[in-house]
Design a protein around this ligand. Structure first.
Ligand SMILES: *Cc1c(COP(=O)(O)O)cnc(C)c1O
Length: 439
């Protein structure tokens, strides 16, 4: 760790990071096999069909040990389908974290429901189970749980609350495909899970999404809502395991109840199949690399790993959007902006904060999207659940208490050491940064 004794790069010292990172950050990993799979779809004119998509669904279901998987054009659509399948409708509420990508929550608005945002835990950054129950009312239909930045959320506590109040749990696994919660795969614990397979996520199909469940009713409702061609109206599809059996849904077969078309592009399915085949071994490598990075930083003042304890049986899957926790009180109050600027000068661009807290966004206070003559967020609501500044203190503190860290895809020790050195060097020289000018 000798490099950490040098002068900070921001004051003209040598950069901690000097080596060519090579392919350590390259993602997704695309090989000839992905290319051939995509070309095969094009050459066969199979872009809009479903046979490859159904193979992909079956492989996802097998990998996760789930009964049903249903593919979508993107993760946002899968979440919308999951919400409707869980019975979310006009005048209802969902409970969701505010610290997440918007698609975990916003689809509820187009179903005529509203969102009651819950706070997060300061170390996991996932929804705080203790901030859920008091938000439940007779209109609450679902709790959306996000395994945020790959950290598995407190599923045992959340499932117990949901069971007690007879409401559904939707796991948003867009950050955590293949991660474990106390030995069980994320996405297999709630009543239904939905996730993105967008090109930036850890499990990739291109643009795409997936819904998984063991609940036949949820599965059929999701089909009925946005997968019209699978509802069994056409005889050549009627033997399909995805066909609707529920007579309440069957009578509308042939038209999507939501007026949505949620089908996945088969180039995505074909690439997704190849990506899934190599995913378990690739995330094993990511685990090794990211754990190496954080082990090197163990005990560094001011920064803390965002990962579960090693003996917990929980893991970080593919470490999507890898984050670090900032603890300025250990650095004499050094603002995160100065810390990040100094790390950036060492050779890796770090941004303070993660997703902007949703509950403070003006769209969730004012926007009249559908011409109701009042804000959409409360258009059908039985009560005004809009939340202003100060309402979710932990979530609101995250822009000053978390930052992005390098997302290594390969375990190259000499390179990872340099990146760890950059963070350690800045933390150990924090007192020199007090008078640093930042814009
Ligand atoms: C990316 C993401 C989604 C949405 O998925 P898309 O495929 O981009 O529509 C949903 N939830 C979370 C937490 C995400 O990060």
């Amino acid at each position: 760790m000798s490099a950490t004794n040098e002068k900070l790069a921001i004051f003209g010292g040598p950069k901690a990071i000097t080596k060519d990172p090579g392919d350590i950050f390259k993602w997704p990993i695309i090989t000839r096999e992905d290319e051939e799979a995509a070309l095969d779809v094009l050459r066969r004119g199979a872009m809009s069909r479903t046979e490859i998509t159904k193979q992909f669904e079956q492989e996802i279901a097998e990998w996760m040990g789930m009964k049903y998987a249903l593919a979508y054009c993107n993760g946002t659509a899968a979440l919308l389908g999951a919400m409707w399948a869980c019975g979310v409708g006009v005048g209802d509420e969902i409970i969701a974290p505010s610290l997440t990508y918007w698609a975990s929550a916003l689809p509820a608005l187009s179903l005529g429901a509203t969102i009651n945002f819950a706070d997060c835990l300061p170390d996991t950054l996932c929804i705080d189970p203790k901030d859920i129950e008091h938000r439940i009312c007779e209109n609450t239909k679902a709790i959306v749980v996000v395994h945020y930045c790959a950290y598995p959320a407190e599923m045992d506590e959340i499932m117990a609350i949901a069971e007690k109040h007879n409401i559904k749990v939707i796991e948003d696994v867009s950050h955590a495909q293949g991660g474990l919660y106390k030995g069980r795969m994320t996405g297999t614990i709630g009543h239904v899970a939905a996730f993105s397979l967008m090109a930036g996520k850890s499990l990739v199909a291109g643009e795409g999404g997936m819904l998984v469940t063991n609940d036949r009713d949820i599965y059929e409702r999701a089909i009925a809502f946005g997968h019209y061609e699978r509802t069994g109206i056409r005889t050549d599809w009627s033997s399909d395991p995805g066909s609707i059996t529920n007579p309440e849904l069957k009578k509308y077969a042939g038209l999507p109840l939501g007026g949505y078309k949620h089908r996945m592009h088969q180039i995505s399915s074909a690439v997704g199949r190849v990506q899934l085949k190599y995913y378990p071994e690739r995330i094993k490598e990511i685990q090794k690399a990211m754990n190496r990075f954080w082990d090197l930083l163990e005990g560094t003042p001011g920064i803390k790993a965002h990962r579960p304890p090693k003996d917990s049986g929980s893991t970080m899957g593919g470490w999507y959007a890898a984050a670090g926790l900032y603890r300025p009180e250990e650095l004499d109050g050094l603002p995160i902006e100065k810390f990040c600027k100094a790390v950036t000068a060492e050779g890796f661009e770090v941004e303070p904060g993660l997703n902007f807290p949703l509950h403070l966004h003006p769209m969730l206070h004012e926007a009249d999207v559908y011409g109701h003559g009042k804000p959409t967020v409360i258009a059908n609501a039985k009560r005004d659940v809009r939340q202003g500044p100060g309402s979710l203190p932990v979530t609101e503190s995250i822009p000053k208490r978390a930052f992005s860290v390098p997302w290594f895809k390969h375990d190259y020790p000499e390179i990872i050491e340099e990146y760890a050195n950059a963070f350690r060097k800045v933390a150990e020289h924090a007192d020199e940064l007090k008078n640093l000018e930042i814009e």
